[in-house]
Design a protein around this ligand. Structure first.
Ligand code: FES
Length: 247
């Protein structure tokens, strides 16, 4: 099971209700993980089972009785007596709106992309039911720097980056190298390899591959995967926002 955020050890337990189902989890567990333990699944892009929560993608919003707004489930701790809804028309609309912005800033080359059918952005676009993008497809990523081929093992294509920061956190938390950072803000934000711009080879990177494993898109990808391709995988969805409609 994909729990979305790391497990918490605690002697104290809390019981909450998620989509009508009661679930008891160790105190400090996130609402996202509790929802998963209750058998549900909340859309997400920046959260993973092994990295500290970051709360940047805003896809995992939920409704909590008595709470203001729609908090991110990956950064909200479960509390005793909490009543959570993860699927409502309002949440559907919010998540679709967030996904529209991501796709408006992402190349639409799924069919020829080396991550086709193994891309979390593609999966989550399908999960939220995205069918159309009102803002066009000409976001800032079309002006991104060219692919950095300098590392002997993997490539870095900034045009496909959604700045979820999973690579930065993997570099820091898994490897302790601190070679990557996020530069800039908003649409202009980008992943940078330390002081060396986008050149991985001349950065502090030790080629451990933690960033490549953490990347949800084809931004960071092993050269061998790009050359040989991944084994084919069967999926029961199509690229939700693509008009081709292949299966
Ligand atoms: Fe919660 Fe990204 S998964 S904000």
């Amino acid at each position: 099971t994909d729990f979305g955020t790391p497990a918490i050890q605690s002697d104290k337990q809390v019981t909450l209700t998620i989509d009508g189902r009661e679930v008891t989890v160790p105190e400090g567990t996130t609402v996202m993980r509790a929802a998963s333990e209750a058998g549900g699944s909340i859309p997400k892009l920046c959260a993973t089972d092994n990295l500290k929560q970051f709360g940047s993608c805003r896809l995992c919003l939920v409704e909590i009785e008595g709470a203001r707004g729609t908090p991110a489930s990956c950064t909200t701790p479960a509390a005793e007596g909490m009543v959570v809804k993860t699927q409502t028309p309002r949440l559907d609309k919010l998540r679709k709106g967030v996904m529209e912005l991501y796709i408006s800033d992402h190349p639409l080359d799924c069919l020829t992309c080396s991550a086709n059918n193994d891309c979390e952005l593609q999966d989550q676009a399908a999960a939220v039911g995205l069918r159309d993008v009102r803002y066009g497809y000409e976001g800032a990523n079309h002006l991104a720097e060219p692919t950095d081929h300098s590392n002997p093992y993997f490539d870095f294509d900034p045009s496909k980056c959604i700045v979820c920061s999973r690579c930065v956190r993997a570099c820091d938390e898994v490897q302790g190298t601190f070679a990557l950072t996020v530069d800039g803000r908003g649409f202009a934000s980008e992943i940078s390899a330390g002081q060396s711009g986008d050149n991985f080879l001349s950065s502090e990177c030790v080629s451990c591959g933690a960033c490549v494993q953490a990347c949800p898109t084809a931004t960071l990808q092993e050269k061998s995967v790009k050359e040989i391709g991944k084994p084919e995988r069967s999926v029961d969805t199509t690229c939700a926002y693509c008009g081709v409609g292949c299966t």
